[in-house]
Write a protein that binds this ligand. Structure first.
Ligand SMILES: Nc1nc2c(c(=O)[nH]1)N[C@H]1C(S)=C(S)[C@@H](COP(=O)(O)OP(=O)(O)OC[C@H]3O[C@@H](n4cnc5c(N)ncnc54)[C@H](O)[C@@H]3O)O[C@H]1N2
Ligand code: MOO
Length: 427
C-alpha cells in the first residue's frame, strides 16, 4: 500500500547557501518524525508470530477474545454439583473432572462429585465445597446455607467472544501471552520491526587501536546498532562509508532498509555531502536542522516509498540528541509503539544554563525525586551520557532550580544507582 507522506516542515535542499538556515523547533521536529513514522507504518502489514516468539513485541491489532471465558459454566471448587434443595441423592460411582466432556444433566434432588475447573452438568443449581458437606449413605447434606449458583463460574464471566481484551499497541508481556492463550490465540499479530541500516561517514575514523595523526576512533558505529535494536529496530548492518559522495549516494539509494541512519556530514564542511546526496536522490527534507543543542544540524528526509533517512550529526553527543529527537519517535511510530515514556518529568535540583533560543538536551541522573545535570555534556563527549538515566529537555532560556523538566529516558535500565561512586566528578 502506498503511504501518504506528511508535509515537509522545512524547505527542501537548495536553500543552504543562499538563505539563513530555517531550523524546526524541537517539539515540532519530534512530532514531524512521529507523523512520518505513523504514515509509513500504516502501509505495513502485521506479521503473525507464534506465542513463544511474540514476547517484547507490541500488539498490531486489538486482542479480541476468540471464545467466551470461561467457555462453559465451570465449578470454582472441588465438591458437589447439586440440583434443587437438599438433601441430595449422590449419583453413584461417578464424578466430573476438569477436562472431561459435560456429563448428563442432573435431575432435581441429585448430586454428583465435581472437581474445580470441570464443566457443571446441565441442571446444576449450585456447587457445594467438600468441606461444607457431609455424606450419609447415598445422601449428601449441606453444612451451610446453599445460595443459588454459588461457586459456579458462569460462561462468559470474564469476557464474551469478540470482546476487546487489550488495545493495539499493548506491549506483549508474559501475562499478555497467558491471556492470549486463554482467549484462544496460537499466534499474535505484531508490526514488522522497522529495518534500519547505519551508514557511518568520515575518513578520519578508525575501527581499532588508538587515535593517531588526526585519526580518531569511530564512537558511533559500535553504539548505534545496539541502541537502535533497543528501540525495536532490526538492524541490517553498520557500514563505514568515508567521505565519498558517490559511495554515499549508492548506499542511500540502494539500501533495503526502511530507515537509513547516517552519522556525520550534516553540516556545511567541504566533505559534508549529505544534503547534496539527498538532493540528487530526490529526497524530501521533512526536517532540516532543529533548534536544539547539541545536534542542531540533524535532519529527517523522506526517500519515497515509505522509506526515510535520519541524518545524525557527527559529534557523538549531538548524534545521541538526533537519535532521541528524530530516530526514536520515527521508529516508535513505525513499530506501533510510543516513544520511551520513561519515568516522567521531575524537578531539576540546580539551575541549568540554557540556550537563548534553542532547546537544550542535557544528560541527567535521577537522585531521589530530583534530576541532577551531569558534567561532560559537550557535543563531542559521551562521558556524561554514559552514566545518565536520560536527557533532560531544557527549554530555551534555561531552567531554574526546582523547575520540572521532561526527560527522554534511555531504553535500558537506569544507571543512577551506579553514579554516586563517581558522582564527584560527574555532577
Ligand atoms: N560552519 C559550521 N560548522 C559547523 C556547524 C555549523 O553550524 N556551521 N555545526 C557544528 C555542529 S553543531 C556539529 S554537531 C557538526 C556536525 O557535523 P557533521 O554532522 O557534518 O559531522 P562531521 O563534520 O563529519 O563531524 C563532526 C565531528 O564529529 C566527529 N565524528 C564524526 N563521526 C564520528 C564518529 N563516528 N565517531 C566519533 N566522532 C565522530 C568528527 O571527527 C568531527 O569532530 O558540525 C559543526 N560544524
Ligand atoms: O550538534 Mo553540534 O554542537 O550541536 O555538536
Amino acid at each position: 500500500m502506498k503511504s501518504k507522506e506528511p508535509a515537509p516542515v522545512a524547505p527542501a535542499t537548495g536553500h543552504r547557501a543562499e538563505q539563513p538556515h530555517r531550523a524546526t523547533a524541537w517539539p515540532e521536529a519530534r512530532a514531524a518524525a512521529a507523523r512520518a513514522g505513523t504514515a509509513a507504518g500504516a502501509g505495513r502489514e502485521p506479521r503473525r508470530l507464534p506465542l513463544g516468539q511474540a514476547l517484547g513485541h507490541v500488539l498490531a491489532e486489538p486482542l479480541r477474545a476468540l471464545t467466551d471465558l470461561p467457555s462453559f459454566d465451570t465449578s470454582a471448587m472441588d465438591g458437589w454439583a447439586v440440583a434443587g434443595q437438599g438433601p441430595w441423592t449422590v449419583r453413584a460411582d461417578t464424578s466430573v473432572l476438569a477436562g472431561h466432556a459435560p456429563t448428563a444433566a442432573l435431575t432435581d434432588g441429585e448430586a454428583i462429585r465435581i472437581a474445580t475447573g470441570a464443566p457443571v452438568p446441565p441442571g446444576t443449581t449450585a456447587v457445594i465445597r467438600t468441606e461444607h458437606s457431609r455424606t450419609e449413605g447415598p445422601l449428601l447434606h449441606a453444612l451451610r446455607d446453599v445460595v443459588s449458583r454459588q461457586d459456579i463460574r458462569p460462561r462468559g464471566q470474564e469476557c464474551r467472544s469478540g470482546d476487546e481484551l487489550l488495545p493495539a499497541g499493548t506491549a506483549v508481556t508474559p501475562v499478555v501471552l497467558g491471556l492470549a492463550a486463554a482467549a484462544g490465540y496460537d499466534e499474535l499479530p505484531v508490526p514488522p520491526r522497522p529495518r534500519v541500516e547505519v551508514l557511518v561517514l568520515g575518513d578520519e575514523l578508525l575501527t581499532a587501536g588508538l587515535p593517531h595523526a588526526g585519526l580518531i576512533r569511530d564512537a558511533l558505529g559500535p553504539m548505534l546498532g545496539p541502541w537502535l535494536e533497543a528501540l525495536g529496530a532490526e538492524v541490517l548492518g553498520t557500514r563505514r562509508i568515508g567521505d565519498d559522495a558517490e559511495e554515499l549516494y549508492a548506499a542511500v539509494t540502494g539500501s533495503a532498509a526502511d530507515v537509513v541512519v547516517t552519522t556525520g556530514g550534516t553540516a556545511a564542511g567541504p566533505v559534508d555531502h549529505l544534503h547534496r546526496v539527498l538532493d540528487k536522490a530526490g529526497a524530501t527534507l521533512l526536517v532540516d536542522g532543529v533548534k536544539v543543542r547539541p545536534g542542531h544540524p540533524m535532519l529527517l528526509a523522506s526517500l519515497g516509498g515509505g522509506r526515510h533517512l535520519v541524518g545524525l550529526p557527527g559529534n557523538p553527543l549531538a548524534a545521541v540528541s538526533g537519535l532521541l529527537t528524530l530516530a526514536e519517535p520515527l521508529l516508535a511510530a513505525l513499530a506501533g509503539t510510543s516513544p520511551t515514556g520513561g519515568r516522567g518529568p521531575a524537578p531539576v535540583l540546580d539551575e541549568v544554563h540554557g540556550h537563548p533560543h534553542d532547546t537544550r538536551l542535557v544528560p541527567v541522573v535521577r537522585r531521589g525525586d530530583h534530576l541532577v545535570a551531569l558534567h561532560y555534556n559537550g557535543p563531542a563527549m559521551l562521558r556524561g551520557i554514559a552514566v545518565a538515566d536520560g536527557m533532560a529537555v531544557v527549554p530555551p532560556g534555561g531552567a531554574r532550580s526546582g523547575q520540572e523538566l521532561d526527560v527522554l529516558d534511555l531504553p535500558w535500565p537506569p544507571t543512577s544507582g551506579a553514579v554516586p561512586a563517581q558522582g564527584a566528578c560527574f555532577t
